[in-house]
Design a protein around this ligand. Sequence first.
Ligand SMILES: Nc1ncnc2c1ncn2[C@@H]1O[C@H](COP(=O)(O)OP(=O)(O)OP(=O)(O)O)[C@@H](O)[C@H]1O
Ligand SMILES: [Mg+2]
Length: 540
Amino acid sequence: MSEPNDFAIGIDLGTTNTVFAVYRHNNAEVLQNSEGDRLTKSCVMYTAGGVLVGNIAFERKNSSSDDVILLSKRYMGRSPKDDEVEIDNLHLPWQQPINENGKLKFPVKERGNRRNFSPEEVASEILRKVRFDAEKALGVKRITKAVISVPAYFNAKRIQATKDAAVIAGFEVLQIVHEPIAAAIAYGQKEKLIPGSKILVYDLGGGTFDATVIEVKKKMSFKVLAVAGDSHLGGENFNHRITNKLVLELNRRDRVKLDMARDEFKSDRLFLRDAVEEAKRTLTAQREKQLSFQIGSHVYDEKLSRAKFENFCVDLFKQTIDIMSNAIKKAKLTKNQIDRVVIVGGSTRIPKIRAMLKEFFPEKTKHDYSVNVDEAVAMGCAILAAKRNGNQVLRDLTLVDINPFTFGVRVEEKNDAEAFVTKLIEKGSAIPSPAVKQQFFTYDESQTEVVIPIYQIEDMAEQDQKKEVKITEFTIKCKRGPKEQPKVEVSFELNENRLLTVTAVDLNDPNNTKTIKINTSTPNMTDKEIEARKNDAIPM
Ligand SMILES: Nc1ncnc2c1ncn2[C@@H]1O[C@H](COP(=O)(O)OP(=O)(O)OP(=O)(O)O)[C@@H](O)[C@H]1O
Ligand SMILES: [Mg+2]
């Protein structure tokens, strides 16, 4: 059992908002940041005096010429070659990343010096503030342990970037968990869930959409059946859409061609983005909202109705329903078999989205709006953090996640063209996975060693093509013997932290075994780079 003040916290590092929580007195509790807010803006501002993080940075972003970075999560673990990075670069009114020797970096001026920071370095500033604020809220000197959530579609590189950010901020990451699973944990803690029932978690945040189908095995035991998502679908896209449509209207009305991307409109752009964000939120509770903004000398001052907003964005809303439908299909279920729909993420407050969900599912499906859409993910992370930190009350909590990649051994034939990867752990299988075994033969009798090349098979974006990536290889000595007989048995086992354990055993000599452990996430920053950043500036 851990000491009462040996806290491990849960962190939902969101595209627009970050939330952190702790589990104590048998309860998950969202903590306030040092400004007294439960949501911390995922916003970092570099100034002559140092780094400003969170709501203070967000509030000052329009009135200062300092470098502001928002939405850094969208760039974590990605490369400038990634097509999607281009999409993100469209007219966003804050600091954009550049390509520095094949890596995405944000150019900023910090304490008078020009520096280029990676997205994970930017995110580490947010996490560092979270650590300080959590220490203050809990009245302890040092918190080091955390469980952090990531979107379900994050690949190994993006997960590793998140871990790197946490390590720079001084955390030991007990586990990375998928946001929808964390939400399901928080939900499962307060609701009586029937074993065998299927939950759909619909998570629409600021930058991303995730739909996840989860099966309840026992009260606190969950198995992910399928995930689907879009890393470019969220509240910011709705803002972007509304902005474009309104500017188009203004252009038509005044018979002009105002291009919002122009530098001269930078401050108008900043203002417009905030006005649109506010109007969108107001339209949850009201049917219309007066919206005024200015681009150069052209003034727009009209009512934006809820119906008009829905009309602007309906195709984006519909995309979420299609993705969700695909997740249900991937889980080999029909919508009739979904017992409950749990919604999370700030954008699920939009009435039209709730209505579309109601319309999609049959009447018997329970739509649960009882979890706090902003806080459920952080609360689930906190519950998991307490379990990982040794809380016995949570011993029944188990998770079976799904593995996003296929892993196998490349069987080298004498003729290279015939080489192929024998799959041991398939994409979509459960994590943690039990040991999966496969026997291998040698090509001839004289062979006294076998090389085991370990491969990961990844899906290529947008296409049905696969990419085979060699992770590593190792060699095991073996006794000579007839070539038709199996020589070596290889087993693959993947744990909940995606650590792949590969063991090879010589079948003619069971004492001859070799085991390697592979972190299936690829590091983005070197250990040296991480260490160097760890001791850097403290947020003001
Ligand atoms: N009342 C509302 N109506 C419409 N949208 C809202 C409302 N309240 C918040 N939002 C939107 O919710 C989004 C933020 O949601 P949330 O905090 O869940 O996102 P996040 O966790 O930062 O992002 P992600 O999960 O995508 O990484 C913002 O885009 C915001 O505009
Ligand atoms: Mg979120």
